[in-house]
Design a protein around this ligand. Sequence first.
Ligand code: PAF
Length: 307
Amino acid sequence: MRVVIVGAGAMGCLFGFLLHKAGKEVCFLEKHPVLVKHIKENGIHVEGISGEHHIFPPITSEAKEITRADLILIFVKAFDTYQAILSAKPLVGQESVVLTLQNGIGNVEEIVKVVDQKRTIAGTTAHGATVLGLGHIRHAGTGETVIGELDGNKTPRLEKVKTFLESAGIKVQLTQDVIGLLWSKLLINVGINPLTGITGLRNGELLDYEETRAIMHRAVNEAKVVADRKGICLIYPNHLQKVETVCQATAQNISSMLQDIRNKKKTEIDFICGAILREGKKFGLDLPINQALTHLIHLLENLGQNI
Ligand code: PAF
C-alpha cells in the first residue's frame, strides 16, 4: 500500500515516521516550500517515546510528482483541510482511500466537497506529538487510533487499512459510529485545548487547579448539551471523567492549541469550541463558556500575530 501523508506537521511527521520505519512506502505532500526544502535536506528527526530516529522520506509540494496513492492521510490543521484535499485530489483514484484523523468537526465535510464520499473514511488518534522545529518532533504519547466508514459499514477496505496501520505498530480499533467517535473526541478537545492555550499549562496540570477544572467541566457540559440535542451517541459513559483521564494519560503533553499559540499560529478553535457554538446556535442555545474560550483564543491569536 502506497501512503501519501498530506501535511508534515507534528502528527503527519509522526505517522509518516512510524510507517516509514516499518518499511512502508510513504511520501509527504506539504504546501510550505520552506518545510519541503528543510525535510529534503535534513530529513525528519523524531525523539521521545519511540527513541531517536532520523529518516529521509520523499516529500514534495506537487501532487503531480507523486505517481499513485492507495491511502491518503490528511494531517493538516482543520482550517487547511479544503486546500489540502484539493491539492491531493489528482492522487485520488478509483481504489484510493482518504483518511482523516484530524481534530475538530468539519474536516469530513470539507473532504467530501472535493472527493467522493465513498473514498473517505474518518477517525481519531490518541497519539500525541510536539513540533520542536522544522521536521523535528517529539513523540509524546501513544494510544488507540479508531477508524470507521462514514456510513457505519464494516468493509474489507476498513479491515485492510487497520491491518496495514497495525503492521506499523499503530494500534487500531474499528467503529460503526464515526460521528459519535468524532464528537466524543471533540468533547475532549473542548475540555483541554482552549484552556491549555489560554493558561500555558500542560494537559495534566489542568487538573491541579480548581479554576481550570471548573471551566473545563462547564465547557464540556455545554458541548454535551449540543451533542445530545443533535442526537449524537457519545461513546464514553462519563464524558467528564474521560476528559480527566485523557489529561492524566497525556499529562506532559503540550496540547496542539498551546503549541499553536506559542508558535504564533492560527489555532483550530473555530473547529472545536467554534463548532459547538455553530451547532448550538441551530438550537438557540446560549453557550457562554465556549463563547468566552473562543473569544480568548482569538484574542491570543491576534495578539501573537501583532507582536
Ligand atoms: O489536540 C491535542 O493536543 C490532542 O488532541 C489532545 C487529546 C488534547 C492531547 O494533547
